[in-house]
Ligand binder design. Structure first.
Ligand SMILES: Cc1ncc(COP(=O)(O)O)c(C=O)c1O
Length: 462
């Protein structure tokens, strides 16, 4: 093994763990240690170099911090797999010959009139238009923040308007939080299967993500307690309502248990509630339970239109001012014109009407899907966009995803949702809102059913 010729110089002023970490890093960067190669156990390398196991643990942690290796639960430390699929935006294609279940977007209903009318209403006041063309303070107009917080209050989300900040969608809100409060090498807790946008941000910011085990409701209090003790994190990112990808919704009791543990360990919760607005009546968000412990994130991307790029966050008093500075550093402010258009849609009732249309459409799509795929291991919630389908045992994940694509059905592999080093669920995510029409969806689920019932092994042995 290439790692065998590592040497340490005890009299060198560079700490020993760093000498080891530097040499491993160099071997990976020069290609002498290959993608996916397993590093020796801590004990083996410690004995070989006559250093303590603790020194090797520190060296491996340092290389992990550099993003070059990943510790896989119960399996050891591996060179980061560069061929692993990463999360990249794909242009939304309208290819009628394929059925695409991969886009996490609202169903493509006609929203042109809603946008036209909002634009017309805004354009009636030259004074208003002129104001929208100016620089604003980073937190934006008070009137806009009041409209959004009022609208959310009617939906049971209680946010302090003075601690509300607009963002360019929820992804940007998460980025602002991580940029402001974390440093390379920090550990952030996430759900065992999590939103790929967070995995991507963590990679860029050189953060280590640790997955908290989940059950049918989302993360479990037992696993959270263990992870808080083991990693002493400052942040937990989670999606308590319509979790992406598993669709889980946390019960009120579970929410309280999670908040209590985070309070006891001084962990701030980054609550991503982007899907909460899709439900008729969602359980109370965590921010209502502990406003001083939760950074609440939302956006109009799923319930209205992702193209508006309007999101928001609400932070505890202590954390709010640095976030405002970050927004200013990123882009000075969020375009007031886009926020004004969004607010027009909220005030006019068009946003609510749009949500009702989405719910009706999703009800039909969910019924059509479960009618065909109901016999398989599915997880879904009425109102959500997704189905989380655990594959029958005869199928290997990558093989299934590839075979589905060959038959013109695009699905998201469970691999995309595993934080580095975490276990991969043998499951796929189907976004039922993604196919352009319900007819396309029907064709897609029929093809999936045929594939799920087939046996790849027998194909090879025939
Ligand atoms: C859980 C979750 N959070 C955040 C986002 C990002 O949303 P936005 O388009 O508002 O940036 C998504 C998008 O798919 C998501 O699923």
């Amino acid at each position: 093994m290439t790692i065998e010729n590592i040497t340490v110089l005890k009299q060198d002023p560079v700490p020993i763990y760093k000498q080891i970490a530097d040499q491993i890093s160099e071997k990976i960067e020069s290609g002498r240690l290959e993608s996916n190669e397993k590093l020796p156990t801590h004990r083996w390398l410690a004995d070989k170099l006559s250093v303590t196991v603790g020194t090797i643990t520190r060296a491996y942690a340092e290389v992990e911090r550099r993003g070059l290796v990943e510790a896989r639960v119960g399996a050891g430390t591996y060179v980061t797999d560069n061929n692993k699929p990463t999360w990249l935006f794909e242009e939304i294609a309208d290819d009628a010959s394929e059925c695409n279940f991969s886009y996490n977007i609202p169903p493509r209903l006609d929203r042109s009139d809603m946008l036209k009318q909002a634009m017309q209403r805004i354009s009636q006041s030259p004074q208003h238009l002129n104001q929208l063309m100016l620089y604003q303070p980073p937190a934006g107009f008070d009137s806009h923040r009041t409209i959004v917080s009022q609208w959310l209050k009617e939906k049971g989300v209680h946010l302090d308007v003075n601690r509300l900040l607009f963002s360019s969608g929820a992804q940007h809100a998460i980025q602002m939080v991580l940029d402001t409060f974390t440093r390379p090498g920090d550990t952030v807790l996430v759900e065992q299967y999590t939103y790929p946008g967070v995995i991507s941000l963590a990679r860029q910011n050189q953060l280590t993500l640790k997955g908290v085990e989940m059950d049918d409701e989302g993360i479990t209090p037992e696993s959270l307690e263990v992870c808080c003790n083991r990693y002493s994190p400052r942040f937990l990112y989670l999606t308590p309502t319509l979790q992406n990808p598993t669709t889980a919704i946390m019960s009120p009791q579970r929410r309280q248990a999670i908040v209590t543990i985070c309070q006891a360990h001084n962990v701030y919760i980054i609550e991503d509630d982007i899907n909460g607005l899709l439900l008729d009546s969602a359980p109370e968000p965590l921010v209502n339970l502990a406003p001083d412990h939760v950074i609440y994130i939302g956006a109009f991307s799923k319930c209205l239109a992702p193209g508006l790029r309007v999101g928001y966050l609400c932070a505890p008093e202590k954390l709010y001012p640095p976030l405002v500075v970050t927004l200013q550093n990123h882009s000075w402010m969020i375009s007031p014109l886009l926020i004004a258009l969004t607010c027009e849609m909220l005030i006019s009732g068009d946003a609510e009407r749009n949500i009702v249309m989405i719910r009706n459409e999703m009800r039909q799509r969910m019924a059509a899907t479960t009618q065909v795929l109901g016999a398989f291991n599915l997880r879904y919630e009425q109102g959500g966009f997704h189905v989380w389908l655990t594959l029958p045992e005869q199928w290997r994940l990558s093989e299934f995803v590839q075979k589905a694509a060959e038959s013109g059905v695009i699905v998201k592999s469970g691999e995309l949702f595993a934080p580095p080093g975490g276990t991969v669920a043998p499951a796929i995510r189907l976004s039922l809102s993604s196919p352009q029409t319900i007819e396309q969806l029907n064709v897609g689920v029929e093809k999936l059913k045929t594939l799920l019932l087939s046996n790849p092994i027998s194909e090879f042995t025939l």
